[in-house]
Design a protein around this ligand. Structure first.
Ligand code: GDP
Ligand code: MG
Length: 296
């Protein structure tokens, strides 16, 4: 009698903003671990979702979108993309049918030559014609020579089991890296701040979401209640005004929406306080970025 070998490894999900990386990871783990909104670039961090079975453990990380470094913040984010390529056992490169790629993009060169098992996940096929899908599959097969191009709809969970099957087939033999009941390496504080950031993305247009960030300054559990205090950082007084809104109406909505999600996520009653603080140029200040948890 031989035992079935245990498999474990890191699966890194990369791709442009808004192609559906977070939706795919959530479909694959069955948990709402990362923020999903219709705006690009909400995922600034690498987030791990862990899916464990009796004889396997898949550790997913959902990386920020692939961006040109405009601000310091973007450089830090590109660092995450680079490290996502380096420490992967399997790479899922997510693309969508309608999108155009710059053929000279350094990332594509890197992907074409990677030794790591590479799968191209062609997402959002629910929105496209079959001929388009077939043409795009051929294009990516030719361009990057991946192990397979997998057409899926992450949103409708169509063909996502194929992705899971291929991951399991290609996962290296390795003992589990984390306790089997551990869902994620992120702290509860992190999820609290991500939930507030999501509500900011959903409630304000263009400028505000990109000019703001959230720091959890208090996270205190007692019995069935969690007290959470959050500082929302913006760059200018004018943004503070917009964020708070007339008579505090807008900020109140963010708080109410966030509190509901937090209560569902933590399974406890939440008492949430929010403070808005002006910190000019927070994104260009590396020390501050590190304090916010973007450091190495
Ligand atoms: P990310 O920036 O790559 O992480 O993308 P998200 O997962 O946040 O998704 C961006 C947007 O695309 C959201 O509005 C999703 O609902 C939508 N989306 C994701 N997957 C699909 C899909 O398979 N079909 C369609 N029609 N929309 C999708
Ligand atoms: Mg995302």
């Amino acid at each position: 009698m031989s035992e079935i070998a245990h498999k474990a490894g890191f699966v890194n999900i990369i791709g442009k903003p808004n192609v559906g990386k977070s939706t795919l990871m959530n479909a694959l783990t069955g948990e709402q671990l990362s923020i999903i909104t219709s705006k690009a670039q909400t995922t600034r961090h690498r987030i791990m979702g862990i899916l464990s079975g009796e004889d396997f453990q898949i550790i997913y990380s959902d990386t920020p979108g692939i961006l040109k470094p405009i601000y310091e913040l973007h450089k830090v984010m590109m660092g995450y993309v680079e490290s996502a390529l380096e420490d992967a056992d399997i790479i899922l490169f997510v693309v969508e049918v309608g999108e155009k790629y710059d053929e000279e993009m350094p990332l594509l060169q890197r992907l074409a030559h990677t030794q790591t098992p590479l799968f191209v996940v062609l997402n959002k096929i629910d929105k496209s014609q079959q001929e388009e899908v077939v043409a795009k599959m051929a294009y990516w097969q030719e361009k990057l020579n991946p192990k397979e191009v997998i057409p899926v709809s992450a949103l409708e969970k169509f063909n996502t089991e194929r992705v899971l099957d291929l991951i399991l087939q290609n996962l290296p033999e390795h003992p589990a890296y984390f306790e089997k009941d551990e869902m994620t390496d992120r702290t509860e504080r992190f999820f609290a701040s991500e939930i507030i950031r999501e509500k900011i993305f959903l409630n304000y247009s263009q400028e505000i979401p990109y000019a703001s960030d959230v720091v959890i300054i208090l996270f205190q559990e007692s019995g069935t209640l969690i007290r959470i205090a959050a500082e929302i950082l913006v760059e200018r007084d004018s943004q503070k005004g917009i964020l708070i809104g007339k008579g505090g109406k807008m900020l109140k909505k963010v708080g109410t929406d966030a509190r509901k999600d937090m209560e569902a996520f933590f399974g406890k009653k939440v008492f949430l306080e929010q403070f808005v603080k002006v910190e000019p140029n927070w994104r260009n200040q590396k020390l501050k970025l590190e304090r916010l948890g973007y450091g190495a």
